[in-house]
Design a protein around this ligand. Structure first.
Ligand SMILES: [Zn+2]
Length: 342
């Protein structure tokens, strides 16, 4: 039986839910999208550790926004559950940074997990329009987010919640600066995901476009600098110029010790290939979809395609954020100890 938590919401549904609770959503307005939709920012907690959460940059990845919609509503409905946490942390949340993209993907989001409407209707913005690579000021959406963040102290932890259409398991992106400091944490994260039935999506891209491999399931976060370099070296300065900074680079510009992460959990899992750095099954599926993008028939059994139920997908996002908050807090406390000696 389908429960309410299995229904993927559109941004408009979140705005409606928010209105029914008061305060009026306009209290949280931090800017407008190109088509005039409100972009909202929420601040919760009084703690010393600043955590920034943003979702929706790629609007064909709706699990991140859905996770934040429901988190915000839960905080409003049950503040007592978060009291202790908010004594230690301050959360800055932009539940959807690209509402126009959400509307453009509405045809399949409301019918998810049906595969045919998804393949026929999913829309992704190309470089030059891609909100994740538009910081600080490419689009009004980027300027709204930056204005909101600038009013607060620099974040210790920044998360951009993303997703993949298909993958063989979990993929988590971590900024290069934290490669060493997350080694133990990554092992513990891996066992948490395995308990949820997800193996790592093991793809070693050999540092292609600045995505450095940190072992099965982990890669470095995207960098506009690396994308520009990649296209410049290919002799394509026009494409290079379409890449600005990612939200991770923006936050690292304010706090170079920040921990930045990008969740890349799939809408649909495919069969896991032998873990050798090459997700053969996933790559074969991508190739078939490239030849015939609208073709769903026959793909499901051949590639073992199955959706991750939304309730579970949102839980994975939340648990990842929560686990990273613990890591950021530990690191922050250690740095206070050292600073105190100066
Ligand atoms: Zn994405």
């Amino acid at each position: 039986m389908k429960t309410i938590s299995d229904n993927m919401w559109l941004y408009s549904r979140f705005l409606k839910e928010l209105k029914s609770r008061r305060p009026n959503p306009s209290t949280h307005k931090i800017g407008s999208s190109e088509s005039g939709e409100p972009i909202l920012g929420f601040v919760f907690g009084k703690g010393q550790i600043i955590v920034s959460l943003v979702a929706g940059a790629h609007a064909d990845e709706p699990v991140g926004p859905n996770t934040l919609y429901r988190l915000i509503l839960e905080i409003m409905d049950h503040p007592e559950r978060f009291q202790e946490l908010f004594g230690r942390f301050r959360l800055l949340i932009i539940p959807h940074v690209n509402p126009d993209g959400d509307a453009a993907n509405a045809s399949w989001i409301t019918r998810w997990p049906e595969l045919t409407p998804f393949l026929a209707g999913m829309k992704r913005e190309l470089p030059g329009r891609d909100v994740e690579f538009g910081y600080p000021a490419m689009r009004p959406e980027n300027r709204a987010a930056v204005g909101f963040w600038e009013r607060e102290a620099p974040a210790h932890l920044h998360f951009s919640l993303h997703g993949m259409q298909f993958s063989e398991g979990y993929l988590l992106l971590i900024n290069d600066e934290w490669e060493k400091r997350t080694r133990t944490w990554r092992r513990s994260f891996d066992s948490m995901m395995r308990k949820e039935g997800l193996l790592p999506h093991d793809h070693d891209r050999g540092g292609d476009k600045g995505f450095n491999y940190m072992g099965p399931g982990f890669t470095s976060t995207p960098k506009g600098t690396a994308m520009r370099k990649f296209f410049l070296e290919k002799g394509d300065p026009d494409t290079a110029a379409l890449f600005h900074s990612s939200s991770m680079e923006y936050h690292l510009g304010r706090n170079r010790d920040a921990l930045c992460m990008v969740t890349e959990f799939p809408l649909y899992l495919v069969k896991t290939s032998p873990q050798n750095g090459l997700p053969e099954n996933y790559l074969a599926l991508k190739e078939e979809l490239k030849q015939d993008p609208g073709q769903a028939a026959g793909l499901v059994p051949r590639f073992g395609i199955r959706p991750i139920p939304l309730g579970k997908a949102m839980r994975l996002q939340r648990r990842t954020v929560r686990k990273a908050m613990d890591l950021a807090e530990t690191n922050f406390e250690i740095s206070i100890l050292f600073d105190a000696g100066n």
